[in-house]
Design a protein around this ligand. Structure first.
Ligand SMILES: Nc1nc2c(c(=O)[nH]1)N[C@H]1C(S)=C(S)[C@@H](COP(=O)(O)OP(=O)(O)OC[C@H]3O[C@@H](n4cnc5c(=O)[nH]c(N)nc54)[C@H](O)[C@@H]3O)O[C@H]1N2
Ligand SMILES: Nc1nc2c(c(=O)[nH]1)N[C@H]1C(S)=C(S)[C@@H](COP(=O)(O)OP(=O)(O)OC[C@H]3O[C@@H](n4cnc5c(=O)[nH]c(N)nc54)[C@H](O)[C@@H]3O)O[C@H]1N2
Ligand SMILES: [Mo]
Length: 764
């Protein structure tokens, strides 16, 4: 910034971009755990749980869905897994006395962090409008009250949401309950997350999930990383990456933010590296693409691959594969070839040389894996992002062979698995005939509501009842401020949860909080201690046995709660044996196997196999279960994944997770790996952009959504914070900025909200 810049105040330093130069992992990660432990009442059970975490026969982490290896290390948890465990197994209790002392009106003024900090919920609770508090009720009263409400409405007006926390057993019973009751309204957290993957990859390669398994990472020559923040969101994956780099695998990353984990990493288990603090460089090249610019990057790379083939015909493309296994090549190639470098550089924010460097890495590798996360899925043009990535991989046969493939990194620990066992609003994805035959029920056949449809139904007053199996939907959804306003018009809200969160503070006319056991808790039922199962990001199924003493004797398991609700609503049916199933989860696994024999063969016998058992993936075997039976090249509908080019004065808003949160659960105010700390009400902006707009560090500004649909969406009082970002965009934290994202500003085919690409304007 120059001295004659009107915003430069004498004596003030130029805005500095915050830096965190230490590698991800290392001592910093231990400090991160310690800081959460300091202000949480850590129980001794938490330490025991960490020891057993992600090991065969142990307990599967409640955090992310990253794979659990068969040959585990002594310590198989990461910084954020430890935080999740310590947070869940706190000694703090959110009792009826605590809740009696605070009205909901008061609690609504608390930050998210403080609500969960109250500790584990201990009793079933009912909202009492008179005192504006939650009051304790018995389970019998709660089930009877909820049952009466649900029986009085049209099932099609109710919505059964699930966040990806619950195990396969509870999830399977939950969808069975919904269908027996009479609807397919089963939105799930993946609707806000990897729905682009579920819809996109299914259409393109016939599989709604990734094609890679852990051994592929020991065999690949190059990894391309798009919009996934490993160091924070799946830290155990860092070790896999480090091992890959150590044996010569090359990594190229595209991300608007220089995320430390993808720059450098020290494995906390490696004593010599810890002692010297010397990290492993993870990305050989790191390109700060513009938000939504990946379509253009990939177009550039594809152009270069096609040019290389034209120069040396028969040597670059895997022509046999393209001819035998794919469709759509010509149209894709024509569309991409017609894109100009000028447009590609403009949309990507990268120059041709950078894209050429990336293409050279791709062309120099025999086996390539592409990894991606929310940076590709949460855009209006998310499908184009995936389509282009699949195009690039297909050109050289990089899907369906060892050491190659496409690997979306999933979010919640069992988000993928819940979909596998039928938590889906699309009836076509579920073997309904089988359910009818096994359980003597009639399944509705109409398409149900996904998260966006449910949100619209709530905003328009059409929905009557919401049940949340975990999660904090009011806060996680787009348009969250409008959602909070509309939610109160519901007849019934039911929150099955471990901790108090902001959604619970928006009760419907009748509202209940049903406190459940978490996965880390010991779950004793009629036949003894129960195990549950989850599916990881790489489609492996793992048994998990909780051993912690439950937070209160009044907690029920999620399986028991779903059974209790179902019994209170449904007519008696001997084939729906909720009590027997609650007594023995093995019976539920037998049913899952009966409905999905291909995926869950010998389920009960195999659930504790080290590394989990693989449920397979036809695309990995080049069995393309798509229209036409081939893998599809697709021509993108435009050069950017943004809904529209930002207009004059507008910027693209990217919402981020900090290193100190798990979705809407805020552990603290440190975003150590980005060199930020102390506050979450910030707007991150490039220093040049700050100067151009005459902004100073710490100045409070408002952000307003620039989508014109007649609704005002503003978040006020954000502190301007200089940060290393491409020009033309701003970033800030999820969920604080969710009021800015319009509910129907979402991915065109799957409805995934455009949390990474909403146009905004900045106001003083
Ligand atoms: N500790 C922790 N772990 C978590 C979670 C958590 O909140 N905390 N959440 C869990 C869940 S539910 C999920 S879905 C996953 C989410 O994990 P990720 O997929 O990593 O999601 P985000 O952190 O939202 O954003 C990913 C990255 O996308 C980048 N990005 C933004 N826009 C673009 C773009 O247009 N192009 C490219 N190439 N990159 C872009 C951002 O800079 C960011 O680094 O993590 C899971 N694990
Ligand atoms: N702006 C913006 N918004 C986003 C995103 C983004 O990147 N940007 N990401 C989106 C994504 S990827 C996702 S997945 C969603 C997440 O949205 P949700 O899944 O709805 O939210 P979570 O924060 O995971 O839910 C936390 C709550 O779950 C409950 N809970 C925790 N463990 C358990 C359990 O074992 N059982 C039960 N029953 N309850 C439990 C606790 O009460 C806790 O308060 O948010 C989405 N929203
Ligand atoms: Mo997610």
């Amino acid at each position: 910034m120059s001295q004659d810049d009107p915003t430069h105040r004498p004596g003030q330093p130029d805005p500095q971009v915050p830096r965190y130069d230490a590698p991800a992992g290392g001592w910093g990660s231990l400090k991160g755990i310690a800081s959460v432990a300091r202000h949480t009442q850590v129980s001794s059970d938490a330490l025991k749980a960490l020891w057993r975490q992600n090991k065969p026969g142990g307990v599967m982490c409640t955090g992310c869905a990253w794979a659990k290896p068969a040959n585990h290390e002594t310590v198989e948890f990461c910084e954020n897994g430890a935080k999740a465990t310590i947070w869940e197994l706190t000694r703090a209790r959110c009792t009826p006395e605590v809740l009696a002392a605070h009205s909901l009106e008061e609690l609504r003024s608390w930050p998210d962090h403080d609500l969960e900090q109250l500790g584990r919920l201990t009793h079933p609770m009912r909202y009492d409008p008179e005192s504006d508090t939650y009051v304790a009720v018995s389970w019998e009263e709660a089930f009877a009250g909820i049952g009466a409400e649900l029986k009085s409405i049209d099932p099609a007006d109710s919505v059964f949401y699930s966040s990806g926390h619950a195990g396969l057993e509870a999830a399977f019973l939950y969808q069975l309950f919904a269908r027996a009751y009479g609807h397919n309204n089963l939105p799930q957290s993946s609707n806000m997350c990897h729905e682009t993957t579920s819809v996109g990859l299914k259409q393109l390669i016939g599989s709604p999930v990734g094609t890679c398994v852990l051994p592929d990472f020991e065999d690949c020559d190059a990894i391309l990383f798009f919009g996934q923040n490993t160091g924070t969101n799946s830290p155990r994956f860092m070790r896999t990456l480090k091992n890959a780099v150590d044996r010569g695998c090359r990594i190229v990353t595209f991300n608007p933010v220089r995320e430390r984990g993808l720059v450098e990493f020290v494995d906390p288990q490696h004593l010599s590296a810890m002692a010297t603090g010397s990290g492993t460089r993870i990305s050989e090249h790191y390109f700060q693409v513009r938000p939504g610019g990946d379509v253009a990057v990939l177009a550039g790379m594809i152009k270069l691959v096609l040019e290389a083939e034209a120069e040396a015909p028969g040597t670059v493309l895997d022509q046999d594969f393209i001819d035998a296994e794919t469709a759509g090549f010509e149209e894709m190639a024509a569309t991409v070839s017609a894109m100009s470098w000028e447009d590609i550089e403009e949309a990507s924010g990268l120059d041709r040389e950078m894209i050429t460097t990336a293409a050279e890495v791709y062309l120099g590798a025999k086996k390539v894996i592409a990894i991606y996360g929310m940076g590709l899925t949460q855009h209006v043009g998310g499908f184009d992002n995936l389509g282009m990535l699949v195009n690039l991989l297909l050109l050289r046969g990089n899907i369906g062979r060892s050491g190659a493939g496409i690997s979306p990194v999933r979010g919640h620990s069992n988000v993928q698995g819940q979909r596998t066992v039928g938590v889906a609003e699309k009836p076509g994805l579920v073997p309904l005939d089988k359910l009818e035959e096994l359980f003597g029920i009639t399944c509705p056949r109409e398409e149900g509501m996904n998260a966006v449809h449910a949100s619209q139904a709530i905003l328009e007053g059409r929905a009557k009842a919401m049940i949340l199996l975990g999660g904090n939907l009011v806060r996680a959804l787009p348009d969250s401020a409008r959602m909070e306003g509309a939610w109160g018009a519901l007849d019934l809200t039911v929150y099955i949860a471990t901790k108090l969160n902001r959604s619970h503070l928006t009760p419907g006319r009748a509202s209940y909080i049903l406190p459940c056991l978490g996965r880390l808790d010991e779950d004793m039922q009629a036949t003894g201690r129960q195990a549950v199962t989850i599916e990881d990001s790489l489609s492996h199924i793992h048994g998990s046995v909780g051993a912690a003493t439950p937070a209160s004797e009044h907690l029920l398991s999620e399986v028991a709660i779903v059974g209790g609700l179902a019994k209170a609503v449904l007519e008696p049916n001997p084939k729906l044996a909720w009590d027997d199933w609650t007594g023995d989860y093995g019976l539920v696994r037998d049913l899952i196997e009966a409905v999905y024999p291909g995926d869950f063969r010998d389920f009960n016998a195999r659930m504790f196999e080290p590394g989990g058992f693989y449920r397979g993936n036809p695309a990995r075997e080049r069995d393309w279960q798509t229209e036409g039976g081939r893998a599809w090249f697709t021509a993108p509908s435009g050069i950017s994944a943004l809904g529209a080019r930002p207009g004059e004065g507008q910027m693209t808003l990217v919402t981020l997770r900090s290193n100190d949160q798990f979705n809407t659960t805020i552990y603290g105010y440190e975003d150590r790996l980005r060199g930020l700390s102390g506050a979450r009400d910030v707007v991150l902006i490039n220093p040049d952009e700050m100067a151009r707009r005459g902004l100073s560090e710490g100045q409070r500004v408002d952000l307003a959504c620039a989508v014109e649909d007649g609704v005002e969406r503003v978040v006020r009082g954000l502190a301007v914070t200089p940060f290393d970002l491409p020009a033309g965009c701003v970033a800030g934290y999820y969920p604080e900025l969710n009021p800015l994202v319009p509910v129907d500003y979402c991915e065109t085919r799957s409805g995934t909200p455009a949390y990474k690409g909403t146009p905004v304007v900045l106001r003083r």
